[in-house]
Structure formats: C-alpha cells, structure tokens
Write a protein that binds this ligand. Structure first.
Ligand code: ADP
Ligand code: ADP
Length: 226
C-alpha cells in the first residue's frame, strides 16, 4: 500500500498535482480542504464548524480533522493506497496518521514537499479558480481553462474560493506556515521527506514528484506509466 503525502504551503500546487499523480499511480486523492468545502456547501454541522476557521484563515482543530481523515481512510477505495493532499498539517495530525497506519502494519511511503516562496504563493492564490464539482484548480494567468469559466475535466463552473481574498491569504500564510515546518520536521525525522522545486511549470513539477517518489520506492501501478 502506497501512502503518499503531498506537502506545501497554501497555494503551492498540491491540488493541481494530486489528481495528476492519482491518475499515474492508480490510487485516489483524499483532500481534507475539499471535504471541508463540500461540508460547508451542504450546510452540515461539520461544515458549519469548519467554516468558522476556514474563513479566518486558521486550521480546523486537530480533533475534528483527524477523525474526518481516519473515517475516510477506512473506506474500501483507500485500501490499495492513497494520496493525501492537505493532511497532515500539524505535528499532532502527522502522529495520528502514523499511529493509525501502524495499527494496520503500514506507514507513510513518502512525503513530498512542493516548495514555493511566499511572494509566489500570494500570486497563485489570488488568481486561483476552482471547479464546483471536484475542486480542480485553475489560474487565470498560469493555468487557464480551455473554455473561460468551465472546468476542462468535468465541465462544472469555476469559482473563486472565499478564503482566496487578499486578507485571508495573508492570514493563512501567517498562521499555517509554522505548522507546515513541524510536519516537514516530522517526516524528515522518519526519513521519508523529499522536496521538489514548485516554481517550475506544472508538468515539470509532476516529473520531479515522480523522480522523488521512485527514490522512495513508490512506482506507478503496471500499465499506468505516463
Ligand atoms: P494548493 O492545493 O497547494 O493550495 P493549487 O494546486 O490550488 O495549490 O494551486 C494554486 C494556484 O496556482 C492555482 O491557481 C493553480 O492553477 C496554480 N498553479 C499550480 N501549480 C502551478 C505551477 N507549477 N505554476 C504556476 N501556477 C501553478
Ligand atoms: P490550501 O492548501 O489552498 O490552503 P485547502 O483546500 O487544503 O487549501 O484547505 C483549505 C482550508 O481548510 C485550510 O485553510 C484550513 O482552514 C482547512 N483545512 C484543510 N485541511 C486541513 C487540515 N489537515 N487541518 C486543519 N485544517 C485544514
């Protein structure tokens, strides 16, 4: 079972790379941000709770997030492996994931940091549009859809996230980068961290992720080499 963690600051390109990598590896993406946004859209109690934090640019508390993630990992489609986008985001979350995997005799295979400097992150988030159906990300300048306002992949309409406003972008960077450092340190200590230059174009970042993963023994399933 391959458990791949995609790490990066808000706006680094995790959500862009995750579905591409999922297609290459043949395993699903679990993105906690997408799950929280779906809950907000559906007006569930989880969504109402999570929204308070998301709108303020803060992390949703560990207790809520860990439970959500572990429930998702227990579903059958995650049995062959999973790509985690946006989880873990704190040291506590990283430890909880390790513990849950260890109970099944498993461990994180690789944690790939998509490394992008802060000024570029602001540019990326402020031009980001995502699709209503699945959260596929686009950028008005760097990665526009083929047809304006419509997702290339599923045809749903594109919108700008409520937390991609300039003041919330700054709050997210201020409040979340410290915790990202904790998570990087956690995976450095367990020897599974790899770093790729996220300033390259989308295809080059994907190729660098593949190289980093193969160095950690994660390879595409037979027949799915891109
Ligand atoms: P994250 O999931 O890490 O927050 P996204 O994948 O949503 O990041 O990317 C943030 C924004 O940057 C999106 O608008 C996306 O289209 C754009 N983007 C992603 N990767 C690149 C890249 N390599 N070069 C330029 N823009 C990118
Ligand atoms: P991005 O990587 O672009 O910041 P995400 O879509 O991954 O965005 O997350 C959006 C928001 O959802 C975060 O700012 C945070 O409030 C919440 N969130 C997502 N994942 C987590 C997590 N693992 N722990 C706590 N909060 C999370």
């Amino acid at each position: 079972m391959n458990v791949v963690v995609l790490l990066g600051a808000p706006g680094a390109g995790k959500g862009t790379q995750a579905p591409l990598l999922a297609a290459r590896l043949g395993i699903p993406v679990v993105a906690t941000g997408d799950i929280f946004r779906a809950a907000v859209r559906d007006g569930t109690p989880l969504g109402m709770e999570a929204r308070r934090y998301m709108d303020a640019g803060q992390l949703v508390p560990d207790e809520i997030t860990v439970k959500l993630l572990l429930d998702r990992l227990a579903r059958p489609d995650a049995a062959a492996g999973v790509i985690l986008d946006g989880f873990p985001r704190t040291g506590v979350q990283a430890q909880a994931l390790d513990k849950a995997l260890a109970e099944r005799g498993q461990a994180v295979s690789a944690a790939v940091l998509v490394d992008v400097p802060a000024d570029e992150l602001e540019r990326r988030m402020s031009g980001r549009w995502i699709c209503r159906a699945s959260g596929h990300p686009y950028h008005e300048t760097f990665s526009p859809p083929k047809s304006a306002g419509v997702c290339d992949l599923d045809g749903s309409d594109l919108y700008q996230r409520a937390d991609d406003r300039p003041e919330t972008i700054r709050a997210r960077l201020d409040q979340q980068l410290g915790a990202l450092t904790e998570v990087i340190d956690h995976y450095r200590a367990s020897g599974v961290i790899a770093s790729v230059d996220g300033l390259q174009g989308i295809d080059a970042v994907g190729a660098a992720i593949d190289v980093a993963l193969s160095e950690h023994g994660v390879a595409p399933l037979a027949g799915q080499v891109s």
